[in-house]
Ligand binder design. Structure first.
Ligand SMILES: [Zn+2]
Length: 432
């Protein structure tokens, strides 16, 4: 490795305390989503940090997107630093929102406590640790190679955990992720420091409703039970649909192993009377339920198309209909995401892969995420194909109690990110 690269890696190690402090500061802003709290605060914090280091920043509120209100505005920040000469732009995109805390914590979820080389807190792993890592990587890069070509962008975006409509989708619509403006995108989601994540599976959510007829519960034969109809739907799913999905295998390198097939989760079922409020001590009234609703969450593969995904579910419903004379149903789509996978020979992939090898002395693993993240919007709306997720942290810890990020992993990832910048913006690959 060249002297400059070694000097850069030392510089990153020298920023260990700064990296810890930055990660802690970010965790201590409790940007819970829903409802989408403190977005403005975290954007102002990032604005102060990055404009103090020569970045031009832009705060963008995603007016009118789901959840946006004056009480809970959807704020985003995009910071850009130009190099000395024309060239390509490398963009690091991190979401600023975190999911609910949930039960079972032994640490303060917004304390950012450091213990045994790990920083604890909601969002530490997913993905404020990744955001802090990219900032430290970029700052160390700027100190080492001030004379770089092109531009570096860092964004902090809202609402990834709830679909990204007030975040990356909105910014993509406004042209922030067009191929004319940005040439390489790295999303520091917690996929592990030695893995390059090429993309994600697709999503199809549908609401299925069965209809019946209300009657007195003592004479159910006078009515038509919508819950029994839904039971028949579930029985048919067990008999034909689930086995068919399990038999579909993908060539995408999806992790974990179980997600290399098509999957479907029954997200919820509601039939009959609404559940009484807590504390209500009365009895339900005796009626035959006249409707039952189910939400299904189907995850699909690059090899499948969404029309088939929908018609497979519809086939189940039609089969049940042919067997049950009074069966009536509706099915409506409520959410869709097309799968995406960046080519393994795309420039950002090969550059980050080479940097992983240089820093960790091992070949990277190429993976695809079982669930989606903001790459979908960068691909579909932004038309940017040269995009990956790469960042420190263990995916399994995301959304769990006592979520943490290891400081050592962040330092390694910061080195990878900086060496990738060196190759893309100074033409100096780490390994030669
Ligand atoms: Zn995330």
């Amino acid at each position: 490795m060249e002297k400059m690269h070694l000097a850069f890696m030392e510089k990153v190690d020298g920023k260990r305390d700064e990296l810890i402090a930055l990660t802690q500061d970010l965790i201590r802003i409790p940007t819970l989503n829903p409802p989408g709290e403190f977005y403005r605060d975290i954007c102002e914090f990032l604005d102060k940090r990055l404009s103090g280091r020569g970045f031009t920043t832009e705060m963008v509120r995603a007016f009118g997107t789901p959840g946006d209100s004056d009480k809970y505005p959807r704020w985003n920040i995009v910071a850009r630093r130009e190099g000395r000469h024309a060239g390509e732009c490398v963009h690091f995109n991190s979401h600023i929102d975190v999911v609910e805390v949930g039960q079972g914590w032994t640490m303060d979820p917004f304390g950012g406590e450091l213990k045994d080389g790990k920083i604890y807190g909601r969002g530490s792993c997913d993905m404020k640790g990744g955001l802090a890592t990219s900032i430290i990587a970029v700052e160390a890069f700027l100190e080492t190679w001030p004379d770089f070509d092109g531009a570096i962008e860092i964004s902090g975006t809202a609402d990834e955990e709830t679909g990204g409509f007030g975040g990356v989708a909105y910014l993509s619509e406004k042209g922030f992720f067009s191929p004319e403006k940005v040439q390489h995108v790295i999303i520091p989601e917690p996929l592990h420091k030695d893995r390059v994540c090429l993309g994600h599976r697709g999503v199809f959510w549908a609401e299925i409703e069965t209809h019946g007829r209300i009657a007195h519960g003592s004479m159910p034969f006078l009515g038509d039970c919508a819950v029994r109809h839904m039971g028949a739907v579930m029985a048919e799913m067990e008999a034909s649909l689930f086995p068919a999905l399990a038999a579909k295998r993908t060539d995408m390198p999806v992790i974990p192993e179980g997600a290399k097939q098509s999957t479907m989760n029954i997200n919820s079922i509601h039939g009959g009377q609404v559940e009484p409020e807590a504390g209500f001590t009365g009895l339900p009234s005796p009626v035959v339920p006249d409707r039952c609703k189910m939400i299904v969450d189907r995850r699909f593969l690059l090899e499948e198309n969404i029309e088939d995904v929908e018609s497979e579910i519809r086939d189940v419903l039609e089969k049940v209909k042919s067997e049950r004379p009074t069966f009536k149903y509706d099915m409506k789509e409520i959410h869709r995401v097309i799968p995406t996978m960046t080519a393994k020979d795309a420039p950002v992939v090969s550059t980050v892969a080479a940097a992983i090898e240089a820093v960790m002395d091992k070949k990277p693993e190429y993976v695809v995420s079982p669930g989606t993240y903001d790459q979908k919007h960068i691909d579909r709306i932004g038309r940017m194909k040269n995009c990956i997720a790469y960042g420190p942290g263990i995916l399994d810890l995301a959304h769990q109690p006592d979520e943490y990020i290891e400081v050592g992993d962040m330092l390694d990832s910061a080195k990878v990110m900086g060496l990738a910048l060196a190759e893309l913006l100074t033409g100096n690959p780490a390994a030669n």
